[in-house]
Design a binder for this molecule. Structure first.
Ligand SMILES: Cc1cc2nc3c(=O)[nH]c(=O)nc-3n(C[C@H](O)[C@H](O)[C@H](O)COP(=O)(O)OP(=O)(O)OC[C@H]3O[C@@H](n4cnc5c(N)ncnc54)[C@H](O)[C@@H]3O)c2cc1C
Length: 266
């Protein structure tokens, strides 16, 4: 089975700071890590490989230093890392990002399953996984919390995966033919920690780098030119002001509340 896992390098912080002049993330002085949800995607990809055999390829689109997260993926069982890196990709929105990643996956050629995280902890849109599946014209299942079964004969026509998809209340069971793209939530597994052997393998691994020419992409369809989204303004919402506590007997509180609501309306 050929499995692809898409991973993103993100700042190791939940306190995302924005440069108000350029409307871009301030990355200086912040350590970079694998997007936390992508660690679960990597683990699930490796588990599927361990069960069915085959190969796991991790891909990331990012700057040269994003090579580090591909090595981290290799240290926990991924076989190969591909870095999609070119100045021509700078300024990509989620459309251009998923278009470029889909082009890289087409270049890899043969694939049965693609794993993504539920969302990135910085951009936070959760659009890239579904975007890739749309560009590749393959089925997608988002918020997967368990792979129940992957079977060559479930539907009598090729490989089918049966998965549990997390909902607000409960879960759905969905069967999808392969190839398919799954985005995963953290309930799906417990990511392993790298072994010494894995760390040695990662250190020696050679990361493949593909740019715009390798993917043969029209410059108008990538980077800023290929990004239909315009960021007009980015800002941090002001902190919420504390609520007002009403005290007294229930009737007294109800009366005060009615008065307050009336004064708000006026
Ligand atoms: C107009 C515009 C300009 C932008 N310019 C820049 C810029 O110059 N530099 C910049 O860094 N960002 C830029 N961004 C943000 C960039 O578009 C997003 O970070 C990126 O498209 C991923 O979206 P997301 O972070 O919401 O990921 P999500 O959709 O939340 O991620 C979901 C999953 O998709 C996969 N995934 C997401 N991104 C990648 C990736 N790069 N490689 C591999 N897998 C991935 C992962 O599995 C991840 O868990 C820009 C956004 C807009 C709208």
């Amino acid at each position: 089975m050929n499995i692809i896992v898409c991973i993103k390098q993100v700042p190791e912080t939940t306190d995302i700071r924005i440069n108000p002049e350029t409307n871009t993330l301030i990355r200086e002085g912040v350590k970079s890590i694998v997007n936390p949800f992508d660690m679960y995607a990597i683990e699930e990809a490796v588990r599927v490989k361990e069960k069915f055999g085959g190969k796991v390829t991790a891909i990331t689109m990012g700057p040269p230093q994003a090579e580090a997260i591909l090595k981290e993926a290799i240290s926990v069982g991924v076989d190969e890392g591909i870095l999609i890196c070119d100045r021509a990709f700078a300024g990509s929105d989620t459309w251009a990002t998923s278009f470029t990643l889909a082009a890289a996956i087409k270049k890899i050629g043969c694939f049965d399953l693609i794993f993504c995280g539920k969302q990135a902890s910085d951009g936070d849109t959760a659009q890239v996984g579904p975007g890739i599946s749309a560009h590749l014209d393959i089925p997608q299942v988002t918020y997967v919390k368990k792979i129940e079964e992957i079977d060559p004969a479930l539907a009598g026509k090729g490989w089918v995966a049966r998965v549990e998809r997390m909902m607000e209340e409960g879960f759905e069971i969905i069967e999808t033919p392969l190839p398919a793209l799954l985005t995963v939530v953290k309930e799906i597994n417990e990511p392993r920690i790298p072994s010494l052997k894995g760390m040695m393998r990662a250190k020696q691994a050679k990361i493949v780098v593909w740019g715009q020419k390798d993917l043969n992409l029209d410059p108008q369809k990538i980077g800023l030119c290929g990004s239909p989204t315009q960021v007009v303004k980015i800002f941090t919402p002001p902190p919420r002001v504390g609520g007002q506590m009403l005290s007294g007997e229930p009737k007294e509180i109800a009366d005060k509340l009615v008065e307050l609501l009336k004064s708000e309306i006026h």
